[in-house]
Design a protein around this ligand. Structure first.
Ligand code: RB5
Length: 149
């Protein structure tokens, strides 16, 4: 799968764990930065380019990491076509894709441990949108909001 990742300084250490993990699992990974640890950097500078790549389908799925995952989720959802969520549990990692077609997983680098993050990522990437009528209906309502904005 083509996957994009991005992190600010709060997520940088976890991104450095996730990147080789994804490659070991056979994924093609585009790293949108940060490319070094800079405690003064700002998460929108990395998460927005990733979110745009998800929206344009340059990558199939995104993974964004900041300190809590909150800022990453907030800014990613400003980009039309992105369905981002901060995920801290296994169930939501796959159900968010199955029901809500989540295409950008947000993690908290200061919250979620390395092994838990890997588990969430595997659950997220193995999941597919069911396409059930009720879920499509709900997604259309979300898309209408984007279009009316
Ligand atoms: C950076 O210190 C921190 O605020 C940021 O990584 C993130 O947690 C924001 O949601």
């Amino acid at each position: 799968m083509k996957i994009g990742i991005a992190a600010d300084h709060g997520g940088y250490a976890l991104k450095e764990i996730i990147l080789p993990f994804l490659k070991e699992h056979g994924h093609t990974v585009t790293d949108f930065g940060a490319y070094s640890l800079n405690n003064q950097d700002d998460y929108p500078d990395y998460i927005v380019p990733l979110a745009r790549a998800v929206a344009s389908q340059e990558v199939e799925r995104g993974i964004a990491v900041c300190g809590s995952g909150v800022g990453a989720a907030i800014v990613a959802n400003k980009i039309a076509g992105v369905r981002a969520a901060l995920i801290n549990d296994h169930f939501s990692a796959h159900q968010g894709v199955e029901d809500d077609d989540m295409n950008l997983l947000c993690l908290g680098g200061r919250v979620t441990g390395n092994m838990a993050a890997k588990d969430l990522i595997v659950a997220y990437l193995n999941a597919t949108f069911t396409g059930a009528e009720r879920h499509l209906r709900r997604l259309q309502k979300v898309q209408q909001l984007e279009q009316n904005h």
